[in-house]
Design a protein around this ligand. Structure first.
Ligand SMILES: *[C@@H]1O[C@H](CO)[C@@H](O)[C@H](O)[C@H]1NC(C)=O
Ligand SMILES: *[C@@H]1O[C@H](CO)[C@@H](O)[C@H](O)[C@H]1NC(C)=O
Ligand SMILES: *[C@@H]1O[C@H](CO)[C@@H](O)[C@H](O)[C@H]1NC(C)=O
Ligand SMILES: *[C@@H]1O[C@H](CO)[C@@H](O)[C@H](O)[C@H]1NC(C)=O
Ligand SMILES: *[C@@H]1O[C@H](CO)[C@@H](O)[C@H](O)[C@H]1NC(C)=O
Length: 333
């Protein structure tokens, strides 16, 4: 029964994702096809998919060969590494992105425009080494590409990045999947990035941080008091950044004390709350502030700007609405 309802759920999703391209045709027949394992497959979906193929093919832009796409993937992954990312960050508007690029990072939020994406994809990781901030995030210095497929103007790539997490005092590898769509100038027009097993990585980073604070290298769990100490370090860091870059011209708090008090009473945040009203979110954004304080200071303030707020992050909103920022579906046939 369970499998059957899951299957029904996935068919519904296919239908929802397909809808920008082809609306379900109510006049098409609804005969049932019987699959070998006895499940009923609604013929409407098969008809719809067949119609979709022609529609997609008539609109898709086959600008590049698979070889060119593979080279682009490797070059992008390489420039994402430290210290190559410093050069990209310094360019302000990286030539990897189209001017109106839109992107989605699953554990945080959507990012629109070239300058913002240059900051979040390159700047964010380019000076964690020598900044005086305490961080949950890390920077990569090597990658292993283990999956790729590309055609026309689109590719998907999966990497294991070897990363250093200064806040956790250790190197931890992590995997990401990215879907990328290029325009005719070979600029990234849209991307959709997800972390794999981020929940475990997040716990490992926090545990690494706690081991450093407590000096207990064999700690396997973080006691409540330890969570508070971790939060305190992150809050001190965020409020230090506020003091340095925001206090004068873009103040979000009246003073450092007010900042510390406010954020001590803000929740730490679970692994999926990197784009919500949490310390986790503000801790990520503290690294952006030096680039454009006018734009980024609100993200560490009480309102969270439009980045660290619970608004628009209901489960179904995230599940369905995030697709709407993409101008084209990530489908090539
Ligand atoms: C098949 O799916 C379509 C679209 O969701 C629906 O309108 C139709 O009732 C379904 N047919 C059957 C036999 O379940
Ligand atoms: C980056 O691009 C934006 C417009 O997208 C522009 O306003 C800004 O001046 C550019 N900055 C640099 C340094 O090129
Ligand atoms: C970090 O702090 C040290 C000591 O206060 C200082 O010398 C250094 O310039 C600071 N680095 C940054 C990037 O602010
Ligand atoms: C990444 O780290 C692993 C484990 O430490 C190591 O075996 C591997 O060689 C590293 N990969 C690269 C490309 O440096
Ligand atoms: C260190 O952590 C381990 C495992 O969580 C625990 O059993 C032990 O008591 C801790 N040691 C100290 C000194 O707190």
């Amino acid at each position: 029964m369970l499998t059957k309802s899951l299957l029904a759920g996935s068919l519904l999703l296919v239908n929802a994702f397909a809808s920008p391209i082809a609306q379900a045709d109510s006049s098409s027949q609804t005969a049932q096809a019987q699959s070998s394992d006895g499940f009923q497959i609604n013929q409407t979906y098969i008809d719809q998919a067949n119609k979709q193929i022609k529609d997609i093919q008539s609109k898709q832009n086959c600008y590049f060969t698979s070889e060119e796409l593979y080279q682009h993937a490797v070059s992008f992954a390489n420039d994402y590494l430290y210290p190559n990312n410093i050069k990209q960050a310094k360019s302000i508007n990286s030539t990897y992105f189209s001017e109106d690029v839109v992107g989605r990072i699953d554990i945080t939020r959507n990012y629109e425009g070239r300058e913002l994406n240059t900051e979040y994809l390159f700047g964010l990781f380019s000076d964690l080494q020598d900044s005086n901030t305490t961080n949950l995030i890390g920077y990569s210095d090597a990658f292993q590409l283990y999956a790729f497929s590309g055609s026309c103007n689109q590719y998907t790539i999966s990497n294991i990045n070897n990363a250093t997490f200064p806040g956790a005092g250790q190197k931890i590898p992590f995997s990401i999947n990215i879907w990328i769509k290029l325009n005719e100038k070979k600029e990234i027009a849209q991307y959709d990035l997800s972390f794999l097993r981020w929940e475990r990585l997040y716990e490992m980073i926090k545990l690494g941080g706690y081991r450093q604070i407590s000096g207990n290298d064999s700690a396997t769990t973080i006691p409540e008091e330890g969570e508070k100490q971790l939060q305190h370090l992150l809050v001190e860091s965020i409020c230090g950044v506020h003091e340095k870059y925001c206090q004068k011209d873009y103040p979000q708090y009246d003073s450092k004390d007010a900042c510390v008090e406010y954020l001590t009473n803000t929740r730490f945040g679970l692994s999926w709350e990197g784009g919500r009203d949490t310390i986790f979110c503000r801790s990520v954004h503290q690294n952006m502030i030096e680039y454009r304080p006018s734009v980024h200071c609100p993200h560490i303030g009480p309102t969270g700007g439009d980045m660290c707020t619970d608004e628009g992050t209901g489960y179904e909103e995230v599940t369905f609405n995030y697709q709407t920022i993409f101008k084209e579906p990530f489908i090539v046939v």
